[in-house]
Design a protein around this ligand. Structure first.
Ligand code: GAP
Length: 481
């Protein structure tokens, strides 16, 4: 059974804003929907997650290397990848409110309501109709027919005044250079980082002394003109992906797919996420993306329910074959040992950095009663915590401030710390609890005598007295658990 202290996503949204983790983009102008900025604590948390992923991929594997490809790519890339033709969502517009909805999601929500009212039979029949949409007249026509037959109204205006259902491409098109180009030469903001890896496969093979099986990892921005985008950093129009393509010999792909699925699930647990809040959800064969032979989501139980945080895909030789066809460049690998040539298959692990950040924050969030008072605390894994230690003088006396400030300066050479002398010690602890800081170090008068400080542990609230010159090593041990 999943566990959480969060009653709704809104609770986390307001903590993120009040503590400086995540802000709405361009907030002073009313915001830009589905785009977010990371604040001082958020950027540290995000970077720590990023760094853990990078280490787990590249440092921990001698056959995985990194790249950092540009966001702009040659227009042909998106034809070869299938995104120009196939990266679409079926959309319908409410003529009254001018709002646009994803037609399949509109029907799903309608089915959910019928289910909640207890009419399971009707809900099942509609679900079957929805699942088989596209097999009768065409996807758009079939979805439109269900909406019309069921008289599904617009959730916002309550109107029943729909346009036809149309396919809507999720890629952002942009102007490039001074000359306006024909449509098939349009430049897109990349909707996934993966293609930057595929187009560099040959470069890496020729320069990095790697042999199949080997992997290429990349972290970078991706852009999708999502239509349903009201779920904080879960679904954004500008987001960050951490992807790794593992190139394998055809025939070994099933085993490698299973291996990576298991490895990635373990990585999420190693970030401190509770196992009962994670699950694997394989995609049914008839719902696979255009490039996949097998696929599974690693899902997390977010405050909005079970949702995908990461996708593991067996992309076969689809991408490399298509790039060979569209570029005219050979993508074959020559296996010297066995004297054979083939286009490698690709096992892809693709995780959203923003969704991972949301998962980490959701999982860490706790409300606890402490000595008759309630506290909000983020029980983040210490290696991910944005601030590793709060450093305080017990009270604002010059002799205490001097020692605390020096300790803070010394620790900053290795750790992110925060010096704080404002308010009662209890208030300062609560501030650090909400930021997820695992240790608070206080300098008091006894400590001036015997060169000691107290270290207070965030989760247990236990306090230890330790020697001043041992603080760094205590932090080191506590972070790398
Ligand atoms: N290259 C494969 C690929 O892009 P995907 O399932 O479409 O696969 C991979 O995306 C991951 O990227 C998702 O599991 C999710 O974590 C993240 N992601 C996708 N769309 C997103 C969005 N609009 N906002 C935030 N994260 C998103």
């Amino acid at each position: 059974m999943p566990v959480s202290h969060l009653k709704s996503l809104d609770t986390l949204v307001s903590l993120c804003k009040s503590r400086g983790f995540i802000f709405q983009s361009s907030e002073i102008y009313g915001g830009l929907s589905a785009v977010y900025d990371y604040g001082p604590l958020g950027v540290e948390l995000k970077r720590n997650i990023q760094s853990e992923w990078w280490k787990a991929m590249t440092q921990a594997h001698d056959n995985i290397v990194g790249v950092d490809a540009a966001i702009f790519m040659h227009p042909k890339v998106w034809h070869a990848s299938g995104h120009v033709e196939g990266f679409n969502d079926p959309m319908i517009d409410d003529k009254q409110s001018k709002k646009r909805y994803r037609a399949d999601m509109l029907i799903e929500q309608y089915i959910l309501k019928i289910r909640e009212k207890g009419d399971q039979e009707k809900a099942d029949t509609l679900q079957q109709l929805l699942d088989s949409a596209g097999t009768r007249k065409g996807l758009c026509e079939d979805l439109h027919e269900i909406i019309m037959d069921e008289k599904i109204i617009a959730p916002d205006s309550g109107a029943f005044d729909w346009t036809e259902v149309r396919q809507f491409n999720l890629m952002f098109k942009t102007h490039y250079g001074a000359v306006t180009k024909e449509d098939d030469e349009a430049i897109y903001l990349r909707p996934e980082t993966a293609q930057g890896i595929f187009v560099n496969y040959k470069n890496v093979l020729d320069t990095a002394r790697v042999q199949v099986p080997f992997g290429i990892a990349q972290i970078g921005k991706a852009f999708r003109n999502e239509v349903v985008a009201r779920q904080f950093v879960f679904r954004m129009r500008e987001f960050e992906q951490m992807e790794m393509q593992y190139f394998v010999e055809p025939g070994t792909d099933d085993g490698e797919y299973e291996k990576w699925l298991e490895a990635r699930l373990e990585w999420h647990k190693s970030m401190g996420v509770r196992p009962e809040n994670l699950r694997v959800s394989p995609h049914p064969e008839d719902k696979l993306a255009h490039y996949a032979r097998a696929a599974a989501d690693i899902q997390y139980h977010y405050p909005i329910g079970w949702q995908e945080v990461e996708g593991i895909h067996n992309r076969t030789d689809f991408d490399l074959s298509r790039h060979q066809e569209f570029s005219g460049k050979k993508m074959e690998y020559f296996d010297q040992k066995n004297q054979k040539r083939y286009i490698p298959y690709v096992i892809e692990t693709s995780v959203g950095l923003d969704r991972t950040t949301l998962m980490i924050l959701s999982d860490a969030y706790r409300e606890e009663e402490v000595e008759g008072e309630s506290r909000t605390v983020l029980k983040l894994h210490p290696k991910l915590a944005p601030v590793k230690a709060g450093v305080f003088p017990l009270i604002k006396k010059p002799e205490l401030k001097e020692v605390a400030a020096k300790l803070d300066r010394d620790l900053r050479k290795e750790f992110t710390t925060q010096y704080d002398e404002a308010g009662s010690i209890g208030k300062r602890y609560r501030r650090q609890d909400e930021a997820g800081t695992p240790f608070c170090i206080t300098v008091d008068f006894d400590g001036l005598e015997d060169q000691t400080v107290t270290v207070r542990h965030r989760d247990t609230m236990k306090q230890d007295r330790i020697a001043l010159d041992q603080v760094a090593s205590v932090l080191r041990d506590g972070i790398h658990i």
